[in-house]
Design a protein around this ligand. Structure first.
Ligand code: NAP
Length: 295
């Protein structure tokens, strides 16, 4: 099918475009130069709708977002423009062109106070401006489009793009001292496997809200240690120039949930869950890096 991808140069978008093409789909990559979601006006709506309609798109995937969690505390209007009104615009354009929309959201819509992973039936309670803007986007997308997949993800990493793992690998290689959170929990999720999961969901799933992360969990510090262990097993010793610190020691402008682990209940119930345990995914990711000469 023909699939339009917004945010094709973002960390998830790059992998999604690659995986869609590998799966035999035709991709229309729509970057910021074609549609700037910070200006969600009527002209942008018509332009996008006409592009989807003339290209006979059956699916639109919106991976584009204002993702600077700390920056959103200051640039709150910009975050809401892109993540809420911009997301609504993409959903309306898709709907009017007869395409389904897959919209990416975040584990940060939850407050992290639960003692168990959050499923799709738990009530969101966002703590930061970024998280509020993403929750607003979910709601507007759900109203604007009759056929929507709203997919909450978290702890993403992969080749290219700016993320915890690519930054960590390059800093460790450079021998830089690092302080890493040993209190906050995550389910690290490799973008390539998430992209495959999204394709399966959109090809075969019912519309609705879904959680999609790799299985199991660790702290960010535990993840850094696992990364070094797995790299060593592949014959690449990364200097362990990091120490574990408390969340409070890493002062950041935006509040983050202590633990925003997601239970992928709806993917499981629908028989569509493909994402493996996080450590298995990490091993596969590092193997890809090694093959590409990037480890
Ligand atoms: N990374 C994570 O751990 C994480 C966690 C939870 C949820 N998510 C969600 O997952 C999705 C993908 O995240 P990611 O990690 O791939 O993000 P990313 O690497 O920061 O990429 C974001 C993309 O959005 C585009 N974009 C930003 N502002 C735009 C605008 N005004 N108009 C058009 N495009 C714009 C960027 O374009 P440029 O390339 O031109 O800058 C970039 O391609 C997002 O919805 C994010 O909220 C991510």
């Amino acid at each position: 099918m023909r699939v339009a991808v917004l945010g094709p140069q973002g960390s998830l978008g790059i992998h999604l475009c690659e995986e869609l093409r590998l799966a035999g789909h035709d991709v229309d990559a729509i970057d910021r130069t074609v549609c700037d979601l910070a200006t969600p006006d009527r002209e942008s709506l018509y332009r996008l709708r006409d592009r989807f309609a003339s290209g006979d798109c059956q699916l639109v995937v919106n991976t584009a977002a204002f993702t600077d969690v700390d920056g959103a505390e200051q640039k709150t209007d910009e975050a809401f423009l892109v993540n809420a009104l911009g997301a609504e615009l993409v959903a309306r354009a898709a709907d009017e062109a007869g395409a389904a929309i897959c919209h990416l959201s975040t584990d940060f819509v939850f407050d992290g106070e639960s003692t168990r992973p959050y499923d799709e039936f738990d009530e969101p309670r966002p703590l930061s401006a970024y998280a509020r803007s993403k929750l607003a986007g979910e709601r507007l997308v759900g109203k604007a489009a009759a056929r929507s997949f709203i997919v909450r993800v978290g702890g993403l990493y992969g080749r290219r793009g700016r993320n915890f793992v690519s930054t960590l690998v390059s800093r460790l290689k450079a021998g830089q001292p690092l302080r890493i959170d040993r209190e906050r929990w995550t389910s690290p999720t490799w973008n390539r496997l998430l992209a495959r999961q999204l394709i399966t969901l959109c090809e075969r799933g019912e519309h609705g809200v879904y959680h999609a992360t790799c299985q199991g969990s660790t702290t960010w510090f535990g993840f850094a240690e696992a990364l070094c262990d797995e790299a060593a097993a592949l014959g690449r010793d990364l200097p362990r120039t990091f120490v574990g610190v408390t969340t409070q020691e890493l002062t950041a402008p935006a509040m983050r949930p202590r633990s925003s682990l997601l239970d992928c209940r709806m993917l499981r119930l629908r028989g569509l869950l493909k994402l493996p345990p996080w450590r298995e995914a990490l091993r596969a990711y590092l193997t890809e890096l090694l093959i590409q000469g990037e480890l």
